[in-house]
Design a protein around this ligand. Structure first.
Ligand SMILES: [Fe+2]
Length: 278
């Protein structure tokens, strides 16, 4: 288990924790922790699901359940996970595992309503480094579990120059992608070729990294608790611990991806006996 840290611009060390101990997921509540990557032992049912996803038999379109309770998620999974392509037991175990993620997020943030994103998809070159956002005031912690295939690339905070540099990179990347879409729509082959080259060169340069050749990866199967940026602070030169920079891989077999956040501020917890309120 490792904890890498780096001084941020305001002098506090920022860490990504990689651990085999699920209790350490709770460390995401600490102000200096950007992400906790928990690597559980692979459950027995995972191999069957992974094979079916990678063979294209177990397919889930991009789904977003924007504001749902735990029981609504359980019902949706029961009704919408593919049937007849894996054993009933493996399907039920996967469903239980995803529902258990809502319990984990509840214990980390107090959330009782959730936004669930779930899909199977092959990686593509459309993917790039980004941060995930939450609405104003919503809990800025979410969970990611990629069940199979290639892991999720991320930028270790020791390798990040600053969020100002990263957002400069991201802003240019988004402009280039917008221009590429326009060139595609217009059928402008010359512009398309030029933009493809520019996007590749821009992606390869990665000027927000101190060590551009270094790649950190959260392996498939891990459960990642990570910081999302409150949308009000997106694009600002904020504290490094406030957001985890990550990217899906660009190549490989289809992956089953589950992403869980909370769309709203959790209800205030009752004051503890004796008076203190959180
Ligand atoms: Fe993301």
């Amino acid at each position: 288990m490792t904890a890498l840290s780096t001084p941020s611009h305001d002098g506090i060390d920022v860490r990504v924790i990689v651990t085999n101990d699920e209790n350490e997921l709770a460390a995401i509540a600490q102000a200096d922790v950007q992400a906790v990557i928990y690597r559980p032992p692979p459950p027995a049912w995972l191999q069957e699901i992974a094979e079916a996803v990678e063979a294209g038999r177990f397919r889930i379109a991009r789904n977003i359940l924007p504001d749902v309770r735990r029981d609504e998620i359980a019902r949706w999974l029961e009704g919408d996970l593919p049937t007849g392509v894996v054993s009933d037991q493996a399907r039920a175990d996967l469903k239980d595992d995803i529902v258990a993620l809502t319990d984990r997020l509840h214990s980390l943030t107090g959330a009782v309503r959730f936004m669930l994103r779930i899909f199977t998809e092959a990686p593509s070159t459309e993917c790039s480094f980004h941060v995930d956002t939450v609405p104003p005031g919503a809990p800025a912690v979410g969970l990611l579990r990629v069940y199979n295939g290639a892991g999720t690339d991320y930028v270790d905070p020791t390798n990040l120059t600053s969020f100002a540099d990263f957002y400069r990179y991201l802003g240019r990347h988004e402009r280039l992608r917008r221009d590429r879409r326009t060139a595609r729509q217009d059928g402008d082959a010359a512009a398309l070729l030029r933009l493809e080259r520019e996007i590749a060169a821009h992606g390869a340069a990665r000027p927000f990294l101190r060590r551009p050749d270094e790649n950190a990866v959260a392996p498939a199967g891990s459960i990642v608790a990570f910081r999302h940026i409150d949308v009000r602070h997106h694009w600002s030169d904020h504290f490094k611990a406030r957001a985890w920079i990550h990217s899906s891989p660009m190549t490989g077999t289809p992956r089953l991806v589950v992403n869980l956040t909370s769309p709203q501020r959790p209800p205030r917890r009752r004051p503890a006996r004796g008076g203190d309120s959180d």
